[in-house]
Design a protein around this ligand. Structure first.
Ligand code: PLP
Length: 359
């Protein structure tokens, strides 16, 4: 018998969300970001359904190889590029495009002998201060790449936003101005927009957009949910009620006794906990859908279980279905109750959870 805790993945929602990205950025080409196991949704399955994107992006060469070994032929971009020179020949063999963000990667390219040149994306820093060449190096690095026999065509120029999820943040305006002034005069393609850029900063679209989180139906903005910007949730994380106990007034529920019952009350026990990827930091009152109705979490999340207050749902029975996030309960809302972001919750579903694909 399979366990009750499952992640249902709606592939038709992925296609819909890709079409939203296309509609928002109609003149740009799309790099669909499916790193980290497609934000926890299953990289191969998502790669297959996203074959309508112009390119797919992963973080590492190892992720790219998993896709190629899985029969994915879509153009592939490696966002961190190579981590050692020996990966260059793998990039050639498997037709990978590489981000070049550091002098060590440029030197590896210049010092290697490759069977065929690789296509590269030159990444520079406009304010994220994580990866990328400083703007004063871009012209010289670009020239070296163009002059390098191991590099194909013209490198794409790219940067990454640090704060675009806040539509009021002046730092994005500054990043964009620096991006535009740096790429001006270089006769090549450019890319800077992530999901927040696509949805909130149309002036950032350029030649290639790089949606990640929006493809999974989640809003990149703190103040709205995916549905508010026309997206459909892809993952539904669900389980079942495995016990219902009437607890007396004054009973303290779960580890540490965080929640104290203020009346005699039915408490439902659900077969999902942090061992499945439900966030341990979820506070009392975090909503859970029991038979489509919201009830509050009570007590600290355990490894395999959570408890809910069933006073408003007295007809609930053992075996009834529970939605932890998904349709009717955005993951953004759970993330807010657990002081994190939807990205982290989606990536955190664990191996013992059964994944069921449809659509
Ligand atoms: C370079 C780069 N581009 C695009 C994305 C996609 O970002 P988002 O998921 O916010 O759309 C990421 C994700 O972190 C990234 O690292």
């Amino acid at each position: 018998m399979t366990r009750a805790t499952r992640a249902l993945i709606d592939l038709s929602a992925v296609r819909h969300n890709l079409s939203v990205a296309r509609k928002q950025a109609p003149t740009a080409r799309i790099v669909a970001v499916i790193k980290a196991n497609a934000y926890g949704h299953g990289m191969l399955q998502l790669a297959r359904v996203l074959d309508g994107a112009d390119m797919l992006a992963v973080a590492t060469v190892a992720e790219a190889l998993l896709l190629r070994q899985g029969g994915v032929h879509t153009p592939l971009l490696v966002l961190q590029g190579i981590s050692e020179a020996s990966q260059l020949s793998l990039a050639v063999e498997h037709d990978l495009q590489l981000v070049v963000h550091h002098m060590s990667q440029l030197e590896s390219l210049e010092q290697s002998t490759l069977a065929t040149p690789v296509k590269v994306w030159l990444k520079f820093n406009t304010g994220m201060h994580r990866l990328g060449f400083s703007v004063d190096k871009v012209e010289s690095v670009f020239k070296r790449l163009v002059g390098c026999d191991n590099v194909a065509n013209s490198p794409v120029l790219m940067s990454h936003f640090a704060n675009a999820d806040d539509r009021e943040d002046a730092r994005t305006v500054e990043q964009l101005a620096l991006f535009n002034s740096t790429v001006r005069g270089q006769d090549t393609e450019c890319s800077v927009a992530n999901s927040a850029g696509i949805l909130g900063w149309p002036e950032s679209h350029a030649d290639w957009v790089r949606p990640g989180i929006m493809l999974y139906g989640v809003s990149p903005f703190g103040d709205v949910h995916g549905a508010d910007v026309g997206l459909r949730p892809v993952m539904q994380f669900e389980s079942r009620i495995v016990a219902i106990n009437t607890q007396p007034r004054g009973a303290r529920i779960g580890y540490g006794g965080r929640y104290t019952c203020d009346s005699n009350m039915p408490v439902g026990v659900i077969s999902a906990g942090y061992g499945d990827g439900y966030p341990r930091h979820a506070i009392d009152g975090t909503p859970v859908l029991v038979n489509g109705q919201r009830v509050p979490l009570v007590g600290t999340v355990s490894m395999d279980m959570i408890c809910v207050d069933l006073r408003t749902q007295p007809d609930t029975r053992i075996g009834d279905k529970v939605i932890l996030w998904g349709n009717g309960l955005p993951v953004e809302e759970i993330a807010m109750h657990a002081q994190t972001i939807g990205y982290e919750l989606l990536c955190g579903i664990t191996q013992r959870v059964e994944f069921v694909y449809s659509g």
